[in-house]
Design a protein around this ligand. Structure first.
Ligand code: FEO
Length: 189
């Protein structure tokens, strides 16, 4: 609804429109896909938090710390898209977040599954970028470039941990060394 404010002296009238009345900057199609991505980032955060609990219970304190930090970072990813949607005048909508199902036997499983998950997220981001180009929505295309770079970094990070595991091995002191190494890694080291 259009709202009007009148100055107390009656000398001017100021009108403004509510957020919903602004020209829609996002198509319904893109809005739906961005909201799906909001929920996926939420899911990623829960997945890594659940994995951190598993690692903590196994005495892998470095891995637990790393995964917990990464879970917090996924929440930042979620908020960034959430805020972008709101900034366009559209409505960010939260959906049902699936329960993270983890099936882990050892530390290699953790990083194999995180690496696979990040590859899946990269595909989702790439699909989103593709839609922005089809729709000539260059503003959202520009916004998503941050995620394109971020996914490159995340895939690189998880792959590098897997490579270290394969070099060091999990026998003897290997597991201790890997856990310590992972615990000392910054998320974007
Ligand atoms: Fe938000 Fe790890 O991708």
């Amino acid at each position: 609804m259009k709202k009007t404010i009148t100055c107390i002296c009656g000398s001017y009238v100021y009108s403004f429109i509510t957020k919903q009345q602004r020209k829609k900057m996002l198509s319904e199609n893109l809005l739906k896909k961005l909201n799906t991505q909001v929920n996926l980032e939420f899911y990623s955060s829960n997945l890594y938090l659940q994995m951190s609990a598993w690692a903590d219970n196994k005495g892998l304190s470095g891995t637990a710390r790393f995964l917990r930090e990464h879970a917090a970072e996924e929440m930042q990813h979620m908020h960034k898209i959430f805020d972008y949607i709101q900034d366009t005048g559209a409505l960010a909508e939260l959906g049902t977040i699936d329960k993270p199902e983890i099936n882990l036997d050892n530390i290699r499983d953790v990083f194999e599954q995180t690496y696979e998950h990040e590859k899946f997220i990269t595909k989702q981001i790439n699909d989103l970028v593709d839609v922005t180009l089809q729709e000539k929505d260059f503003s959202t295309f520009n916004f998503l470039q941050w995620y394109v770079s971020e996914q490159h970094e995340e895939e690189k990070l998880f792959k590098s941990i897997l490579d270290k595991i394969d070099i060091i091995g999990l026998d003897g002191r290997g597991l201790f060394m890997i856990d310590r190494e992972v615990g000392n890694m910054l998320v974007h080291a």
